[in-house]
Design a protein. Structure first.
Length: 306
């Protein structure tokens, strides 16, 4: 493995990503799949926070648009609305939870999704009165503390310890949850978000590699590049201000996701030719070379430059 990070390039790209997404959009899009609350749900309400929290907890190996649309349909159905109410879940047989998570396609992996969903909801119900904000307050609204507690907090079951927050505690989903609480639920009291890493998934990784912010020669597990991507963007945003505060890595999460999903994903993985380079907001920064992602593996051979 011979990887390098082009921080000066990342520093040029970061503000352009941020401004493009909030003005013209990236590839004409300036919204995220999770942006629209269910019908009748007020943004920032407890109901909205629970909707975001439980849905993002099963946001793994899923098409984001399909996931969040299924979540809205599930919430808006009077027969399945209870799935977003921790107190109601506590009183519901597990088999019914499994079945009802399937009704509108919210669950794709029956047992695993139901276990995650019920465990996260009941952890908030039993320990935090059904309100994730009580957990945030107990963490002092400190971003790094919240991420640590998501990983460490446990409860006993069948005489052995279980994590309180399966999958919500993950390296991708934990930071993603904090960004959604800030950007979608309007919780502006979470501190030290500059120490919260960008939530890297296949899209954030692909965009970072195609831009050449992380470049070089590598073949192996895609996940093994994630730490390099996190470090690169943590450094690249330094020195900028947005909305009267310092820019942080979470600020480029959404534009990078759009850049990959609607742009870099169409690039030829072997030749590096992208049919959208001429119209892409960041096309001038796109590097030549091989960026081949196949499932959970990647083959990379890109130069510095551009």
């Amino acid at each position: 493995m011979a990887l390098s990070s082009d921080i000066p390039k990342g520093h040029r790209v970061a503000p352009l990503l941020y401004e493009a997404f909030r003005t013209t959009g990236i590839h004409g899009r300036a919204d995220m799949p999770e942006d629209r609350p269910p019908q009748g749900v007020e943004a920032g309400s407890l109901e909205h926070i629970l909707f975001l929290t439980l849905t993002v907890a099963i946001d793994y190996q899923r098409d984001a648009h399909a996931l969040w649309e299924s979540a809205r349909r599930t919430y808006e159905d009077p027969e399945t609305w209870y799935l977003f109410n921790p107190a109601a879940l506590h009183e519901t047989p597990y088999s019914k939870i499994v079945s009802d998570l399937h009704k509108h396609g919210l669950s794709k992996k029956s047992q695993q999704d139901a276990f995650i969903w019920r465990t996260v909801a009941l952890s908030f119900y039993k320990k935090w009165n059904g309100d994730p904000r009580n957990f945030l307050a107990d963490c002092g609204y400190d971003g790094p503390t919240i991420l640590r507690r998501l990983k460490e907090d446990q409860h006993l079951g069948d005489g052995r310890p279980y994590t309180d927050f399966p999958f919500l505690r993950g390296d991708k989903i934990g930071p993603l949850w904090l960004r959604m609480l800030r950007d979608n639920a309007g919780i502006d009291t979470i501190q030290n978000l500059e120490s919260v890493p960008i939530p890297v998934d296949i899209h954030i990784a692909r965009a970072s590699l195609c831009l050449g912010v992380v470049h070089g020669k590598y073949e192996g597990r895609l996940e093994d590049l994630f730490a390099d991507v996190r470090r690169a963007w943590a450094e690249s945003v330094k020195g900028y201000s947005v909305d009267g505060r310092p820019m942080i890595a979470l600020d480029v999460d959404e534009p990078l996701w759009h850049l990959s999903k609607f742009g870099c994903g169409r690039r030829n993985p072997e030749t590096g030719v992208c049919p959208l380079r001429g119209t892409c907001e960041l096309g001038v920064f796109c590097v030549d070379g091989r960026v081949s992602i196949n499932g959970q593996t990647v083959a990379l051979d890109t130069p510095a430059g551009r």
